[in-house]
Design a binder for this molecule. Structure first.
Ligand code: ATP
Ligand code: ZN
Length: 300
């Protein structure tokens, strides 16, 4: 089967994505959103007993700093700024012919940072609940996420949606969760008619120290990715991630069972735009022409 090119221009011309004037931030058509809804329904069906929680795509600055994101990924973060000038400055900026830089000069950081991964707002919530029960916790989250990685490649967005299941428990509970999802997601890709590769991966840690962290993450197989053809069959794109954080978030946010040990955490994350693009590439830009089985699976 000939695969469809999913370039930015093809998406704009077909009205599937809508330009906004900045790379990696796009509007989406009803059809694109219907596919995302279908994917989310499939993901929901595949897990039982998860507690569904939704947060706006922003974190308290204190949570963000506590999480270690600035330490590990400062290049991807986006701190919200707001106008801090006086009335006189405001009046002169409103009159100004070329006010962009001057507006920028009068912005100051607020106590809000954009969410970089859907699971971040969960950890303070889990910590506040007190001792971790013997069964641990399983959460279902979804959020628009922001990462400062402007690009003209449709698979690298600045604002995108991540659906996640997050397991908090003993090392064994987290390992069982991750192994179950590694298997389940293979079935899911078969249902979707998508050709996948699973591979170990690393997060894009910042700087020279970051390269060492990335190597260690790979050596310990803490992160797996499910790679699918999205833009290029040779250079596949990570559409699902399976992460084992060990005790990072448990220690950082002080999440503990009653025996005082530290909780371990792991998550499986679905990149909803990337998965949808993989479907459009594989099956064509017109979902009405997709097979009856696929349409049924996605409730289209
Ligand atoms: P990559 O290696 O491609 O930068 P990542 O390893 O940083 O991705 P994760 O941090 O594991 O990605 O994020 C979870 C999921 O979110 C990824 O599997 C992917 O599907 C999606 N995702 C991550 N970054 C982007 C992006 N810039 N645009 C669209 N989806 C993304
Ligand atoms: Zn996560």
């Amino acid at each position: 089967m000939v695969e469809q090119d999913v370039t930015l221009n093809a998406l704009f011309e077909a009205g599937i994505w809508i330009e906004t004037g900045t790379p990696g931030v796009y509007g989406k058509s009803a059809m694109f959103e219907a596919i995302i809804d279908g994917l989310e329904a499939l993901v929901t069906e595949a897990e039982t007993g998860a507690e569904r929680v939704r947060f706006p795509p922003a974190l308290a600055e204190s949570t963000f700093i506590q999480s270690g994101y600035y330490k590990n990924f400062p290049h991807l973060a986006a701190h919200v700024h707001a106008f801090c000038g006086c009335e006189k400055t405001h009046a002169s900026l409103v009159q100004s012919k070329d006010p962009l830089d001057q507006w920028r000069d009068n912005l100051a950081a607020t106590d809000i940072v954009l969410t970089p991964a859907a699971c971040y707002p969960l950890y303070p919530l889990a910590a506040r609940r007190g001792p971790l029960p013997a069964d641990g916790w399983l959460f279902d989250v979804q959020s628009y996420c922001f990462r400062r990685e402007p690009s003209d490649s449709p698979d690298r967005l600045q604002m995108f949606r991540m659906r996640e299941y997050v397991r908090i428990g003993s090392p064994q509970q987290v390992a069982d969760f991750r192994n179950a999802w590694l298997e389940r997601s293979k079935d899911m890709m078969s249902t979707l008619g998508l050709d996948y590769h699973l591979d170990v991966a690393n997060d894009p840690f910042f700087g020279r120290a970051g390269r060492l962290m990335a190597t260690s993450q790979r050596e310990q197989a803490l992160k797996f990715e499910m790679l699918l053809p999205v833009i290029d069959a040779e250079r596949r794109t990570a559409c699902l991630s399976f992460n084992y954080h060990q005790d990072h978030f448990g220690t950082t946010f002080d999440i503990r069972p009653a025996d005082g040990s530290v909780a371990h955490t792991g998550c499986v994350g679905f990149g909803l735009e990337r998965l949808t693009l993989a479907l459009l590439r594989r099956h064509g830009l017109a979902p009405q022409t997709w097979s009856a089985d696929l349409k049924r699976a996605l409730q289209l």
